[in-house]
Design a protein around this ligand. Structure first.
Ligand SMILES: NC(=O)c1ccc[n+]([C@@H]2O[C@H](COP(=O)([O-])OP(=O)(O)OC[C@H]3O[C@@H](n4cnc5c(N)ncnc54)[C@H](O)[C@@H]3O)[C@@H](O)[C@H]2O)c1
Length: 350
């Protein structure tokens, strides 16, 4: 970390997926944390009993000021976002997150915050480099000339530039990570904002519990991606914050798979083989995306290490429990248990 311990650290978006994991990790390391989110406490994925928890709208300047008072470090993970289904249908809402970063940056500048982190995204990279499956990894310099994902990607790229200029013009020390598809337990798994790994885990769990024997795959299943386990994301974020790297860095796995391979891995973990119904018109984003980790290895001597299968095992276990609990409450389950033994694969043809 960038200052003496104990220090008060603001985690904005602490009720969300990555924010919740970060609060846990910071507190485990002995830091005092102010955890802030707009969501009601009941909906936070992780509500720490020891952090100072606040439920406020950080797009308001007064709330950003109050949240930033007396903190040495700000992690801005607050954003109105979701998976492709959400960001393709809510471009204006995604862009409005610019108010959160703007007001947090102003508050940080005016209150003498020592270091500021902004969670950017692989969505800043131009579509033209991601038009085919199996493309080369995206390097940090590829973001310009700019043509990011409409809405969400522009907001992230603008947020990055604001960090750069607050650093150059106002002397605020900023760090920027471009996260690539972060997944893991304690994240959004239903409701329309979930991303591919959680969505596939949920669909497989629902097919087992409900007995349908079928899952939907958005697109033709051949689009390629890499997925980054949340523990790696937090490791990379903390290393970046402790470093002298002020330019944006990819934090992303470079283990590239197709969406079909992602689904097959989850099925294998669950011990089932399900029919696949491909929904061709569904939102899928770019055809191919992967992270190039040359720069992060050179600058931090580190890159993500969790194999996809290992991360998915933990994620599927957690999502399965959520689906099971919900189905028990609704009385929908047919009593199907998860078949963990692959020798007992369900004989359902693909
Ligand atoms: N998860 C990923 O794969 C991924 C990839 C790239 C970038 N990111 C970025 O990382 C950050 C965290 O992502 P996440 O997956 O944890 O998302 P998340 O949706 O789980 O968490 C974001 C949190 O921000 C909160 N928030 C939204 N508007 C707010 C406001 N006005 N005031 C206070 N809180 C507000 C939400 O309630 C939510 O809890 C986001 O900035 C996101 O854009 C995530």
């Amino acid at each position: 970390m960038c200052s003496d311990s104990p220090e008060l650290i603001l985690v904005a978006g602490a009720g969300g997926f990555i924010g919740g994991h970060l609060v846990r990790r910071l507190e485990a390391a002995g830091h005092e944390v102010r955890a802030v989110d707009i969501k009601p406490f009941a909906e936070w994925f992780h509500l720490s009993p020891t952090a100072e928890n606040l439920e406020v709208d950080l797009s308001q300047r007064a709330a950003a000021d109050a949240a930033s008072a007396d903190v040495s470090t700000v992690y801005n993970l607050a954003s109105d976002m979701g998976g492709m289904g959400f960001i393709e249908a809510n471009k204006a809402l995604c862009m409005l997150s610019v108010l959160i970063n703007t007001h947090l940056l102003l508050a940080a500048r005016d209150q003498g915050v020592r270091r500021y982190f902004f969670a950017s995204s692989a969505c800043v990279y131009p579509d033209r480099l991601q038009a085919e499956t199996g493309v080369q990894g995206l390097r940090e310099g590829d973001a310009y000339p700019a043509m990011p994902e409409d809405g969400y990607g522009w907001e992230k790229l603008f947020g990055e530039r604001m960090c750069r200029h607050f650093s150059e013009d106002f002397g605020l020390s900023t760090r920027v990570a471009r996260y690539h598809n972060i997944y893991g337990p304690f994240g959004t798994w239903q409701g329309g904002r979930e991303k591919a790994p959680a969505a596939i885990c949920r669909k497989v769990a629902e097919a087992i519990i409900g007995g349908s024997g079928e899952i939907e795959i958005w697109g033709d299943g051949s689009q390629t991606r890499s997925f980054t386990y949340v523990d790696d994301c937090i490791d990379g974020t903390l290393r970046l914050m402790a470093s002298d790297v002020s330019d944006p860095l990819n934090i992303g796995s470079d283990e590239m798979v197709t969406i079909d391979q992602l689904a097959s891995t989850v099925e294998d973990i669950a011990g089932v083989a399900l029919r696949r119904k491909y929904v061709i018109g569904a939102p899928t984003g770019v055809r191919g995306r992967n992270s190039d980790n040359t720069l992060i290895k050179a600058r931090l001597g580190w890159s993500p290490t969790t194999p996809l299968r290992a991360g998915l095992e933990k994620t599927f276990d957690w999502v399965f429990d959520q689906v099971k609990r919900q189905s028990d409450v609704l009385g929908r389950g047919r009593g199907h248990e998860r078949r963990t033994d692959v020798r007992n694969r369900a004989a359902i043809p693909n």
